[in-house]
Design a binder for this molecule. Structure first.
Ligand code: SF4
Length: 414
């Protein structure tokens, strides 16, 4: 088995994804989404910019990416020569070395062949002593995110660990170059132990061929290439994660109460449920489950307040929603439903930024429409939060606008 940095990252995001990547036929994957293709291109451009600005004189191994064994040998040869900067190198621990490392992190040696592979963007030569001479190498990853996410740190620590085995000395730094060329140095004292735990768990799960349970989570699964596969399985199992609002914590509570399918949630006693997960949450989850089982829309539970009494009706009303990519500080879809009660008509305006650069354009389109209906109230169902910058900004600029924000009930953390 080959355990790569990408597989470790997949395990961190979703253990099931790592399992399916290794053991499922890759033809069952969903085709690559346009959004991911664009993201990959953006990442590629970012790497090219960083290289041109900071590391123009790199050298790199010549073997193709798939031939990682040859590539790893070429990388080690470049390190042996003392090349200042190596781009697209491969750090490989094959069977004996890999098991040696894994036994140090608590995985008993087994007969299965195993290799560990890391492909940091760069290896940078530093002064000091290693098996190569009076120099050693430290890894640099180039990432598109604005913040140093935990997964970046995990992978940076993985590179440091592989390098230690290859050059005979631990690098004292492992760096991440983020968006806008911001640099972040990973705290290896903190992240090496965390990475080893994750590595140990991943190897043990994969070697034991323990398939993790499916759990559909909108945020985590929506861009995953196994989504169709997992969704079909979840449907066949009537899995509780299909009910919006069932988080992993709530799932555990529900299971402990013997509620283990959408149908059993729809039929559950709300009083008993409420004692464990809170009355309002229980009522909402039960209604969601009923809507799925009965395949019909059910008007949402509002607690004790009938929301209709708090919202004025006028001839023209605007209903607003937004889709954003918080990690990239990007509002890419602004939707306005214009309801004309007198004409008994509705018109939907979807302002979509096909590229991040179009964000300004859709903002102008949004402003043009809402400004044309100055007396129309804008309804928005969510927290009016700074991250939803479009509506927030518009409200700040036009404090007289009638803005009705219905806030979601707070999640119950019990
Ligand atoms: S679809 Fe979701 S549960 Fe399935 S592998 Fe992907 S992230 Fe994991």
């Amino acid at each position: 088995m080959l355990l790569t940095d990408a597989l470790l990252l997949d395990y961190k995001r979703c253990p099931r994804r790592a399992f399916l990547n290794v053991y499922k036929n890759s033809e069952e994957r969903d085709p690559e989404r346009d959004f991911l293709l664009k993201l990959r291109q953006e990442s590629h451009n970012h790497v090219a910019t960083v290289l041109a600005e900071f590391y123009p004189d790199y050298q790199k191994p010549q073997a193709p990416h798939q031939d990682w064994e040859t590539k790893a040998k070429e990388t080690e040869a470049l390190m042996q020569q003392g090349v200042e900067c190596i781009y697209q190198g491969a750090l490989l621990l094959s069977d004996f070395q890999a098991w040696d490392l894994l036994s140090q992190v608590g995985v008993p040696t087994q007969s299965e062949r195993l290799s560990l592979l890391g492909t940091p963007h760069l290896l940078i030569k530093r002064p000091g002593i290693s098996k190569f001479g009076d120099w050693w190498y430290s890894p640099v990853s180039i990432q598109l995110g604005r913040r140093p996410k935990p997964e970046y740190k995990l992978v940076a620590a993985f590179y440091a660990q592989l390098l230690a085995s290859i050059q005979g000395v631990f690098p004292t730094t492992s760096e991440v170059v983020l968006r806008r060329q911001n640099r972040y140095t990973v705290d290896l004292l903190e992240w090496l132990p965390r990475m080893r735990e994750t590595l140990k768990d991943a190897v043990q799960m994969l070697l034991a061929r323990r398939e993790p349970e499916v759990f559909i989570s909108r945020q985590r699964c929506s861009l995953c290439h196994w989504y169709s596969h997992c969704y079909a399985l979840a449907q066949s199992q009537q899995h509780l994660s299909l009910v919006p609002g069932v988080t992993p914590n709530r799932y555990e509570y529900l299971q402990a109460m013997g509620v283990d399918s959408v149908a059993s949630l729809a039929a559950a006693c709300p009083t008993n449920l409420g004692e464990t997960i809170g009355r309002e949450v229980a009522a909402q989850l039960k209604q969601q489950a009923q809507a799925i089982v009965e395949q019909r829309a059910i008007r949402k539970y509002n607690g004790f307040l009938d929301i209709r009494q708090t919202i004025p009706t006028t001839r023209i009303e605007l209903y607003f929603d937004i889709e954003a990519e918080p990690e990239r500080n990007l509002d890419y879809l602004l939707g306005i439903l214009l309801v004309d009660r007198q004409a008994n008509s509705e018109h939907f305006y979807p302002f979509l930024a096909e590229n991040p650069e179009d964000e300004g354009l859709i903002w102008q389109q949004f402003v043009a429409v809402v400004s044309a209906y100055e007396d129309a109230p804008i309804h928005y169902r969510n927290q009016l939060h700074r991250k939803h910058s479009t509506l927030y900004l518009y409200y700040k600029m036009n404090p007289n606008v009638m803005l009705y924000v219905s806030v979601r009930p707070r999640p119950n953390h019990r």
